[in-house]
Ligand binder design. Sequence first.
Ligand SMILES: NC(=O)c1ccc[n+]([C@@H]2O[C@H](COP(=O)([O-])OP(=O)(O)OC[C@H]3O[C@@H](n4cnc5c(N)ncnc54)[C@H](OP(=O)(O)O)[C@@H]3O)[C@@H](O)[C@H]2O)c1
Length: 351
Amino acid sequence: MAQQTSNIAALIPAPKADIVVQDLGQPSAPGAGEVLIRNHAIALNPIDWKRQSWGMFIESYPAVIGADVAGTVTEVGPDVTAFKKGDRVIGFANSFTGGNKYGAHQTFTLAQAFATAKIPASLSFAEAATVPTGVSTASMALFDVLGLPLPGTSSSPSTPSKSILIWGGASTVGFFTIQIARLAGLTVFAAASPKHHAKLRSLGATEVVDYRSPTAVEDLVAAAEKAGTPITLAFDTISTAETLTATAKVLSVSSGGKALSGTSFVHTTPWPETLAVVEGIKSEQVRGEQLWGRRKDLSAWLYNDALPKWLAQGGVIPSGHRTIPGGLSGIQEGLDQLKKGVSGEKLMVEI
Ligand SMILES: NC(=O)c1ccc[n+]([C@@H]2O[C@H](COP(=O)([O-])OP(=O)(O)OC[C@H]3O[C@@H](n4cnc5c(N)ncnc54)[C@H](OP(=O)(O)O)[C@@H]3O)[C@@H](O)[C@H]2O)c1
């Protein structure tokens, strides 16, 4: 039985409309394989403002969107044994195809158990809420698109054997990809603003260059040469025509002008129609949302197995965050700020 309590939601009432906060009544009871989370921190992502402004991944209105929650389990579905009432968890909430009850921007969110992870007592809800979309996208990029072996499995390398460039290392996705790439045994190079370099090195990046420098490409190639490892893998988390071009150039120059076999390139948004495809380099857009469908197995490994250990042991640490005041009423202000751009911080609300 769902609890007799109100579910207050920040919903988008109509296409392109501002968010309104409304009581949706009693929250839905979790079905098989689901948990109901009483959210305490809800993190915002660029896709949230894009969905609001452009109508992407919204089938009908009013719409409750958002993907990243941290809170307390209040109820579990009939067959769920891995979680119990009172567990502190994060959820990667499927508001893309699941419907409003799976949206993050509300007091109670239904999450699939395979996309829910217990969090250690050492992390606040706000710290933990910075994690889901970042680790989900990083894991899909590394272990699905690039096909790397999972850390800790017998086929994973014991010594670093490949190098990866993370262009946009200080973005949320970049921040978590650096950490998971290191756990996967990769040597990591990154491009980010100088103010973030020390932090990204502390996460395990071997070298970080200034993405605004006119010699950024040459600096990355030189750093890889110095480390004795050509860069054959890349994840451009920003994916503008400019960053895609620069990233492709690093891959191509790093391997002597001719892409080495297995050179692969992941991007976060569709390849621009006006930009020529790079010969000899396999490129593909990552789709984090596939963890709710085609790659449920990868999601279960990440959320139920790897992530709780990484968070408890510090193998993965949360990104910096800034809480927008006003609880659910602050979400519109947060999305407006995110649309203008943020620098090395995750925006969120706490309720
Ligand atoms: N396909 C998917 O499944 C998926 C999943 C998640 C996100 N995404 C998309 O991926 C993109 C990144 O998302 P996010 O949440 O990680 O973004 P974010 O955290 O909001 O990114 C902000 C950061 O990007 C950095 N940045 C901006 N322009 C840059 C450039 N030209 N080169 C290097 N760094 C640059 C900024 O650095 P400074 O301010 O320090 O300059 C800032 O720290 C968004 O477009 C998002 O919609 C896609």
